[in-house]
Design a protein around this ligand. Structure first.
Ligand code: BT5
Length: 264
């Protein structure tokens, strides 16, 4: 095993068991703009299952133009490239699979209990410990689907910018045990590989696994869609990962993650 406090290595990221799909190749960087961008840019030339990892991102990406910020060496900053035939049905469920895989790795290797917040947050208590960003682009004959995850591992409170105070946390802050990034990365990728290898057969299971960890159902949410605010009670997620909201004004409505923001 690599140095538990050193940078992530190929030994952490490439599969130890039988390769299903994820881990054909790994790009490890000290510094990169964004691991998602790295894979998006080279998507047509890299093999299906390529992993990208960095110790630091200068332009970490969140959803809808937001930023992901993390000090050097404190997080898992990982992205996975998947080549899919069109129509790439994987795009609607890859966020759920990645978030569930992150929870599984945390549950198996730490004493933390992670939960999920629609559409892409991994939380502990009420604080965000990780986030998933799925992106995709057409490449010749196929679609490149990129699943990126940022997971706060070693940060302490002063590492978070002021605007995240009280809203963000790390595994080290939440756990009573030391947190080792290498084994966490390896387990997260193994869990994701298991979901992705058979995702068409796992549609029900993935929804169930996500549902079981979701902190939102039955909770009151305020959503903004198309400049309009909607309030209601979260009921469920649809097969395509839309959130189903029971509106206070009456009726039920589906909201897509790509066009919806939450008011905290
Ligand atoms: C996300 O977006 O949560 C998706 C984050 C995905 C990051 C990974 S890192 C590897 C890969 N490469 C990338 O460039 N991206 C992916 P969103 O739901 O839009 O949340 C973004 C918001 O979370 C920000 O506006 C902040 O409020 C907050 N935030 C930023 N950094 C954070 C952190 N380290 N921990 C907790 N919250 C954070």
């Amino acid at each position: 095993m690599s140095n538990p406090f050193g940078p992530l290595t190929n030994a952490d990221l490439l599969p130890h068991g039988p390769l299903r799909r994820i881990g054909t190749h790994a790009l490890l960087r000290e510094t990169v703009d964004s691991t998602n961008l790295l894979l998006l840019a080279q998507a047509a030339d890299l093999p299906d299952g390529t992993i990208a990892s960095a110790e630091f991102q200068t332009a970490g990406r969140g959803r809808l133009g937001r930023r992901w910020v993390a000090p050097r060496g404190a997080s898992l900053l990982l992205s996975v490239l998947l080549h899919e035939a069109e129509p790439a049905t994987l795009t609607s469920t890859i966020t759920l699979m990645t978030a569930v895989a992150a929870c599984e790795a945390i549950e198996q290797l730490t004493d933390c209990t992670p939960r999920l917040r629609w559409p892409n947050d991994v939380i502990i208590g009420r604080r965000k410990v990780g986030g998933v960003l799925a992106e995709s682009r057409a490449i010749p004959g196929r679609r490149a689907v990129i699943a990126g995850i940022g997971l706060n591992c070693l940060q302490h409170a002063a590492h978070f910018p002021a605007e995240l105070a009280g809203r963000a946390t790390s595994l080290d802050l939440e756990s009573t045990e030391p947190v080792h990034r290498g084994p966490l990365a390896a387990r997260l990728l193994e869990c994701l590989d298991a979901w992705v290898a058979n995702y068409d057969r796992y549609a029900t299971e993935i929804r169930r696994a996500w549902h079981a960890r979701c902190a939102d159902f039955g909770a009151r949410l305020t959503l903004v869609h198309d400049g309009q605010q909607f309030e209601g009670t979260a009921l469920d997620i649809a097969d395509n990962a839309d959130l189903i909201l029971q509106l206070d004004q009456g009726g039920r409505r589906h909201f897509a993650a790509t066009t919806t923001t939450r008011i905290p």
